[in-house]
Write a protein that binds this ligand. Structure first.
Ligand SMILES: [Zn+2]
Length: 487
């Protein structure tokens, strides 16, 4: 038996000022074969799982490309076609296979392709024919299209945000697809369109209960897998928006009813799951009058993990002007500032222009006299069961404010982004992280409280004001009732 596996992902924010070319993949994750044996990157987790389970079950494992770029603007068309064609060429070269498993993001858009993953999986289906089992694991921030659903046998998404279950879902997918390949099940997929734009933080109620009920329902007769594809709101394409996926064992009616029931349940929860976000002024007040312990504030609008530049200065400027101390803030994607700090050396004082370089959503640069507290080369931070590169980093201090700078655009996933410099999270009263939710997994156990802050940015969470003229149907909260109101 032969198992073919590949991993390919990025998350495209069509409002992002960051072009996505080849270097974005080369810098983050690009391994042409056997990444499961060569890379500690978190996105490779499913390949590691599938290789281990596949070999244990007697499959010969053929491993193709593993590539991931930090979220940004649409991927260059030539880069996308090269990535796609490498995977398809490897699949053809593998000869007859029994099972194909894809680790994809699901929100990758190229300049001339809204549905990269759908195109890839449909092309793979053409190559292997209708009888070979194809399984797809997606990030829950995906756009579900008819094409990708129609081209595979089993499709599931992560259930958790932060994505702490990437490898668990890979195990689920292997089992479901191995059962289908062996003829023990006949998976059928139904999708319910929620017509919603939102962020659901799965540790928080009532979303926690929804995910737990969904997981419990998977154990019922006939239901093989259930997923809530949260969608990725910052993408002006026809399939933007949340959808529920149900996979049943040969029962399309059960799949449809189950997906629709979950979509209705999610709709009923819409007010209770809407975030209370702090304004910039409220966030500064928290920093000026800190409560006991450590308060973590997330700048969700400048989250590199949603395609933002991660160099916006709205909060930094306000904190400097207010004279906030005992604060840390980061990480600013600013390779020039990192370079200047490296040249100046540890302990040096220098004038530094920080952030505000990428576009209007980054604000203006902030000029400060800083002291270089520390420098790191090719730093990494932990994310889930893997690692995320940060590039060269510097921690600088100005007036009691510690500012983290890095050269490879990424969000803050873990306190070690700061603590690699010998500081401790408890040294600070308030810590501002440029991240929407992934930081939560490693910060929440050590934070006394967490707030989310909305300032200007390429991933501003005011979904009612998102300009999505290409969305193919009305979406809440742009309209109050998308099943009744026109767009
Ligand atoms: Zn995601």
């Amino acid at each position: 038996m032969k198992l073919f596996i590949a991993a390919l992902g990025t998350e495209t924010n069509t409002f992002s000022p960051i072009p996505t070319g080849r270097t974005a993949f080369l810098d983050d994750l690009y391994v042409e074969t056997e990444a499961s044996r060569r890379s500690a990157h978190w996105f490779v987790g499913p390949l590691r799982v599938w290789r281990a389970l596949g070999e244990a079950a007697g499959y010969a494992v053929v491993e193709s490309l593993a590539a991931f770029a930090p979220p940004g603007g649409p991927t260059r068309q030539d880069v996308w076609e090269d990535l796609r064609d490498r995977v398809l060429a490897d699949l053809r070269a593998a000869g007859p296979v029994d099972m194909v498993l894809f680790d994809l993001h699901g929100a990758m858009i190229a300049e001339a392709q809204d549905d990269c993953e759908g195109e890839l999986v449909a092309a793979a289906r053409e190559i292997v024919g209708p009888s070979v089992t194809i399984g797809v694991e997606l990030d829950l921030h995906c756009h579900l299209t008819d094409r990708i659903v129609g081209a595979c046998d089993v499709l599931l998404t992560y259930k958790e945000y932060p994505h702490i279950d990437v490898d668990d879902r890979a195990r689920d997918l292997f089992r479901l697809c191995d059962d289908a390949r062996a003829g023990r099940t006949r998976p059928t997929i139904a999708v319910a369109d929620c017509r919603m734009l939102a962020v659901w933080r799965t540790p928080n109620q009532p979303t926690r209960g929804f995910v737990d009920r969904m997981s419990a329902a998977e154990k019922r007769d006939g239901i093989l897998s259930l997923s809530l594809a949260h969608g990725f709101p910052w993408a002006d394409i026809p399939d933007v928006g949340a959808k529920v996926v149900a996979v049943t064992d040969g029962d399309p009616d059960l799949a449809r009813r189950t997906a629709e029931a979950l979509a209705r349940e999610l709709w009923e929860m819409r007010e209770a799951t809407t975030d209370r976000l702090l304004t910039l002024d409220e966030a500064v007040r928290v920093a000026l009058a800190p409560e006991a312990g450590v308060t973590v504030l997330a700048d969700v609008s400048d989250n590199a993990g949603a395609g933002s530049a991660s160099d916006s200065t709205f909060l930094l400027r306000a904190l400097v002007e207010a004279g906030a101390t005992a604060c840390a803030i980061g990480s600013f994607w600013d390779p020039v500032a990192v370079r200047l700090c490296r040249e100046a050396g540890p302990g040096a004082r220098l004038s530094l222009r920080i952030g505000g370089k990428t576009g209007p959503m980054s604000g203006d640069p902030v000029d400060l006299t800083v002291r270089v507290l520390g420098l790191r080369s090719d730093a990494v931070q932990t994310y889930g069961n893997g690692k995320q590169p940060m590039g060269d980093c510097a921690l600088v201090e100005a007036g009691g404010l510690h500012i983290l700078l890095n050269a490879l655009r990424t969000q803050v996933f873990h306190p070690e982004a700061f603590e690699q410099f010998g500081v401790h999270l408890n040294d600070y009263a308030t810590v501002f992280v440029k991240s929407a939710q992934h930081f939560n997994a490693a910060f929440a156990p050590r934070a006394d409280r967490i707030h989310y802050v909305a300032v200007p940015g390429s991933a501003n969470p005011d979904f009612a004001r998102l300009h999505l003229p290409r969305a193919a149907r009305p979406l809440w909260p742009i309209v109050a009732d998308p099943f009744r109101d026109p767009a």
